[in-house]
Design a protein around this ligand. Structure first.
Ligand code: SF4
Length: 334
């Protein structure tokens, strides 16, 4: 069962909590139901994959078509449609030659001190897109993220990317495929926080003398169409709060630092395996506003064995298989 592939999701879990890594990558447990934020990220990613694959002029249509039939809450689909339309309006005119979309790779993990390939680990992943910027001639990775964080340019979100290992892993991967990548076009889509409006509860309703509800009170729940229209207006009024694109460069010293980080994480995973010990890290149980799906198991309140809320995977990296990558999309935070 053991996989020798280090993906950026795996590295992220290993850095957060050794028990989390063990449960997911050694034992193969995955929760059956994903959180709402993941569903939004998944939908947007699915649409963007189609957007980048389609010829210029047909992109928005392709992106929206990719959402059709998605078995997800209709309001989440409405939210994703608004974001895809906004993305197309904001970035549709940028001139890129698309060299590949959802490009998988598996490559050696090199010891940054000696240059020798690891005999324990390989690096793997799937790059959202590889493009040539027609205005500069540079070859760039494209990475999309949805985020509920403040994505203002120059803010903490962007400063953290300077040391984000995912970009470095993808640069290594793209180079192993023969693409001389110069950096990464990093697209962040801020998740609108708006929620569908609900009908005012009967007991709280107040009517005017003419029999109409007070302003701000509603007789009916907002329909998905109304929600989509309201959201479109909000996003159009402030596109720079929802669509931010930055170019992240990777200098050789950045790559070297990142490889040291990855190498050490690989060593720590191996050490845990050899010791048969996978310590819990209670500081990581709540991240990005969500509680870890293994919380009940780790705190001794439930067992994972035979638990219907979990499946046990045989392939620890379904995101690398032919399953549409978006269906496996995980965190929205770098
Ligand atoms: S619940 Fe906490 S300790 Fe358990 S795997 Fe998740 S992060 Fe680790």
């Amino acid at each position: 069962l053991r996989s020798d592939l280090l993906t950026s999701s795996r590295l992220k879990d290993a850095r957060a909590c050794a028990r989390l890594h063990h449960l997911r990558y050694n034992l193969g447990y995955r929760p059956v139901v994903s959180a709402d934020t993941l569903r939004f990220g998944t939908l947007v990613h699915l649409g963007l994959e189609a957007w980048w694959l389609a010829p210029q002029g047909e992109r928005l249509e392709a992106a929206l078509a990719a959402l059709e039939g998605a078995e997800v809450d209709v309001y989440e689909v409405a939210r994703a449609r608004v974001m895809l339309r906004g993305y197309d309006a904001r970035w549709g005119s940028a001139q890129y030659e698309v060299l590949g979309v959802e490009v998988p790779f598996v490559t050696e993990l090199r010891n940054p001190a000696t240059g020798a390939a690891s005999r324990t680990w390989r690096l793997a992943g799937k790059v959202d897109a590889i493009v040539r910027d027609l205005s500069t001639g540079l070859v760039m990775l494209v990475e999309h993220k949805t985020s509920g964080e403040d994505i203002t340019p120059g803010g903490e979100y962007w400063r953290r990317l300077r040391m984000d290992s995912q970009i470095s892993v993808y640069v290594e991967g793209a180079r192993s495929l023969g693409f001389e990548v110069d950096g990464c076009v990093y697209d962040v889509l801020g998740k609108p926080r708006h929620k569908p409006l609900k009908a005012t509860p009967m007991e709280s309703r107040k009517v005017t003398r003419t029999g109409e509800l007070y302003s701000g009170q509603r007789a009916f729940d907002e329909t998905p169409e109304e929600f989509e229209a309201r959201l479109t207006e909000a996003v159009a009024a402030s596109p720079s709060a929802y669509f931010v694109r930055g170019e992240v460069v990777r200098l050789e010293e950045d790559m070297r630092d990142a490889l040291f980080d990855i190498w050490q994480t690989g060593q720590a995973i191996r050490e845990s395996e050899l010791q048969g010990r996978h310590p819990r890290n209670s500081d990581a149980c709540t991240r990005y506003g969500r509680t870890c799906p293994f919380f009940a198991a780790c705190s001794g309140e439930a067992s994972l064995e035979g638990n219907p809320d979990f499946v046990v995977l045989e392939d620890m990296h379904p995101e690398l298989s032919d399953v549409p990558a978006a269906a496996q999309r995980e965190e929205a935070t770098p």
